[in-house]
Design a protein around this ligand. Sequence first.
Ligand SMILES: Nc1ncnc2c1ncn2[C@@H]1O[C@H](COP(=O)(O)OP(=O)(O)OP(=O)(O)O)[C@@H](O)[C@H]1O
Length: 733
Amino acid sequence: MSTTTDLTAPGSPDEIPDNVRHLRPTGTDATPGAAVETVPVVLDAEIVDEDQAAVRPVLVDSAEDTTDDSDWVTRLRHQTRQPIVPHYLSSVAEIRQTARWVLRHYAHATGYHAARVPLYLWRLAARSPRGALLLMAATGRWVSDSEGRPLRREMALRGDAERYLKLVAERNARVRVRTILTLVAGTVGTVLLVVLPDVAPGWVLWLCGLVAVSLLGSLGSTADKPVATRAVVQAQAARLTSDLVVKALTSLSIAGINGPMAKNPNAIGFTSPIHRDGPGWRADVELPGGVTAADVIERRERLASGLGRALGCVWPEQAPDGHPGQLVLWVGDRDMSKAKQPAWPLAKGGAIDLFTPQPFGTDVRGRWVSFALMFLAGVVGAIPRMGKTFTLRQLLLTAALDPRAELHTYDLKGTGDLSPLAPVSHRYRAGDDPEDLEYALADLRALREEMRRRTKVIRELPKDLCPENKVTTELASKRSLRLHPVVIGVDECQVWFEHPEHGAEIEEICTDLVKRGPATGIVLILATQRPDSKSIPTQISDNAVLRFCLKVTGQMANDMVLGTSSYRNGERATQFSFSDKGIGLLKGVTDDTTTVKGVYIDGPGAETIAGRARAVRSAAGLLSGYAAGLDVEVDEVAADTLLPDVLTAMGAADKAWSESIVDRLAELRPAVYGPWAEQDGKDKAKHLAAALKPYGVSTVQVWGTDPGTGKGANRRGVERAHITNAITERDRK
Ligand SMILES: Nc1ncnc2c1ncn2[C@@H]1O[C@H](COP(=O)(O)OP(=O)(O)OP(=O)(O)O)[C@@H](O)[C@H]1O
């Protein structure tokens, strides 16, 4: 119900009732101690009706309001208009969701009580004797006018004979009338009891009996044992009041708050009344000048203590469009980490399109947060055991549900957390053994080549097919163009970047993929438990669009994942507790940085979803690579980079002996070409000739000088022009 408090009469601050706090218009510059123009608004009074709709408070102009017209207009401009249509009626989807919820709620309640009717009848029957006794006792007290007894005794004790006699006379008259009424009612009742069975139909008798038993049974029930139990148990969450918010904020020991509060109890302002917002309360707080929302966010734990709520219920945020001193405090009815999350919409259902937003997680208000996985590169960071791998796995499962997407899955921790994705991955490796690293490196090189090919294809496409010079869902569906989404997921990516031998090259390729990949349909998502500049090179983290930061312990790690200055701007993943598993700050893919809880999908759950994704791919003939049992050995993958490697090994020469090329190749990539170089000269040449054959390159006789003997000789070798022609031909295909 809305408030009925009358606030129309302005008065001095002393005259303002307790339940009124000063509402400071948004954007007011509030310097400590400065006279702040404020508007009283009812905050503590009940402002929410049963269906939790916020009702406009009664706003009253300040008594000192002598500002001129332009001030008045400015103030109006700064006011935030509340939506005319309540949130739950704001769109067809919301209306449908609300209607569905209401229907389901009442259907559940009806079913619950209907199933318990026999139990309720039994309870009523069992309690009716007690009810009958209580009714008789109450009737006896009423007839004997027992409520007047204390008064009569008082008069007798005082010796006030006149009043006593008056009271006794009144009592006698009352008792007489009530006795007659009781006798009449008793006689009518008895007659009805005797006569009714003969004259009334059976159902009337049953109905009368039922009504009598129900009434007596209800009378015989006690408050702690009601006849009907609750169909829906509501979480007991006390209402958030301005006093509570102010008390909690002053308990944070922030000098910038406590100082001004000592001088002016209204130093903390509210830019709009506290109201219901989803399953919780929202307070829009204007902090005293000099205090930022970040100062409060940093002390979330103490704030929760001050509010007397579980930590998982208290979510302070910097107001999205406000100044740094504006705080949005959302206090949920239930702990976010324990509240039941709705079922992930992608857990069931068919194929999806990665170019359209897909649900990722729920925000603190329990609403789905969605974004499209295409055109971004992502970084997921957290301290261990907070849900980083689960998040990456969920993102890769989302990708798997688009049958066109080619997955490259790397679990560098090697525990098999990403193994559910193996049946849908084009490339898959778990572990960080040297051969795993070689495999990944070869794949990355091939991906860079693929990205180059894609940029060329996109550049040459007609403008009407590719107006934005980037892949579209239509282009991705054209198999002949080979522009399908490529999603690379790497868990514990620091293993790659810190590798003493290949780290630099991997970093270089990943930076290229992060910068140029998204437009060509290549998405790279990196997860690390140690977000620092070594684990995720700055070049990469700076260019990532999607950022999801679960609990971290310091400013540096926070800014590594969320971007420079995020911590200073109040985006602090340090605020999460150890129980906030799967909860993090999501940045870059939604309008504002949002606290989001990812979906909990355990191993078997992930296998089921991946199984579904595989079935769709299989039906569409889109299983490839590892998933199709066609994974390649490191050597074969390396062949993809063989031609550019040979060019590098030849340096500026137009022709070179095969054995010299093999020796330089072995220096370039020992893990791949090292074994080739262990053979003698002729075998080295044969090995290279066999490797080049699939590319249509033949070796030729080349005149050169033996570095050992210094003598000239004719040996098998490679011509530079043959290699460059083969590269051109391969790219053209
Ligand atoms: N969205 C979620 N909701 C609830 N619990 C979750 C969620 N995500 C993860 N968890 C819990 O957190 C635990 C740790 O998750 P995960 O293995 O992803 O952490 P991690 O950060 O990758 O750890 P490590 O660094 O050791 O690999 C999981 O076992 C799971 O119980």
